[in-house]
Design a protein around this ligand. Structure first.
Ligand code: SF4
Length: 345
């Protein structure tokens, strides 16, 4: 099946629209083994390392079965870099979807209008029809996936599933045919029912938050430093499955409501609502500390960090803020920071 690539600073792209056009939604992830040398000819090296890495992949050429791209507004980096994609990357179909920062009625109406325009352009370009009925079918399928992922996530509290494993499952879901993904998640749930707990009292239970963290080996590095990521506030994490969509009524209204009601991410405002969500997770999952990871030059996380830092200090919640490069060699330099944090909590 033809694939539509997704660039998303969070998980704000309505995959249902792409799927309803009988196209596969294929989220782009960074590749820590490449350096953004060509991307740096177009963007200052002080821009977010993750977006420069994705741009580098676009400039080098995406796989042949990717026939188009939807870039959804997250932060200013993803927004501004879309113009560079338009100019420099060889793809016939590219669409920038405005996902509003605010969550009021005007913003919702605007978002619905923009989704209608995306549908119109997909239909015109690929000679397809995206009907309400097809959208509803995809909403039902995606809800099943969200429920399965949430069920899987809860196995973290029983110490039967590490976040690194859940993280990899979410990444696979974001890049494979969704019917296949649902089957994969069902099989994993069956397997988990027979799995032994890895209960280890020396592991510190933490909440992980921060920028888009898509390199699974980075997550494993954190775990190897003595942490169990019992819950998270990540886009490749809880934000992908925490809520479900209304399956009746107008499908675009349902999609918009879902995105406006799901937990607020660092790319959106206001920060205090995000803090409330994190605080509720800390209470529910009995967290020992919070780790906040920023991709280097991630403006959203850098703006939020002082506010979060103050709040956690007031609540006496141990908090570690780390800015990371997008290459595995550089991860090693962070190990002492993780080790020291594990010791103090
Ligand atoms: S890591 Fe930060 S700056 Fe980079 S795309 Fe994500 S939100 Fe934007």
């Amino acid at each position: 099946m033809k694939k539509i690539a997704i660039i998303d600073a969070c998980v704000d792209t309505p995959e249902e629209i792409i799927l309803a056009g009988d196209l596969d939604a294929y989220r782009l992830f960074g590749d820590p083994s490449i350096a953004p040398t060509t991307a740096d000819e177009h963007v200052p090296a002080s821009h977010c390392v993750w977006t420069r890495n994705i741009l580098e992949q676009g400039l080098r050429g995406l796989p042949n079965d990717i026939v188009g791209l939807v870039s959804t507004h997250g932060c200013d980096c993803t927004n501004r870099q879309f113009d560079i994609w338009l100019d420099t990357v060889d793809l016939d179909f590219m669409y920038f979807l405005n996902s509003p920062l605010k969550r009021d009625q005007t913003a919702k109406d605007f978002f619905i209008q923009d989704m209608k325009e995306l549908i119109r352009q997909l239909e015109d370009h690929f000679n397809i029809e995206i009907t309400d009925q097809k959208l509803r079918e995809q909403i039902v399928l995606m809800n099943k996936i969200r429920r399965k992922l949430k069920e899987l996530s809860e196995y973290r509290t029983k110490m039967m599933l590490k976040f690194s494993e859940l993280h990899q499952l979410i990444k696979s879901t974001l890049t494979t045919d969704k019917t296949h993904a649902l089957q994969m998640l069902n099989e994993k749930l069956e397997e988990l029912k027979t799995r032994e707990s890895f209960s280890d009292e020396s592991l510190k239970h933490v909440l992980l938050t921060g920028s888009v963290i898509d390199d699974n080996s980075f997550v494993k590095n954190i775990e190897n430093a003595g942490f169990h990521i019992v819950i998270d506030d990540m886009c490749i994490g809880t934000h992908y499955f925490w809520n479900t969509m209304d399956e009746s009524g107008d499908p675009l209204e349902a999609i918009a409501n879902y995105h406006f009601e799901k937990p607020i991410y660092s790319t959106k405002v206001p920060s205090h609502q995000r803090f409330k969500f994190i605080e509720s997770l800390i209470d529910k999952y009995q967290v020992d500390g919070v780790i906040n990871i920023a991709q280097k030059f991630c403006e959203s996380i850098l703006y939020d960090h002082p506010f979060l830092s103050d709040k956690f200090r007031q609540n006496k919640m141990p908090y570690l803020f780390v800015e990371k490069e997008y290459n595995r060699e550089a991860y090693k330099q962070l190990s002492t920071r993780f080790d020291a944090f594990a010791e103090i909590i």
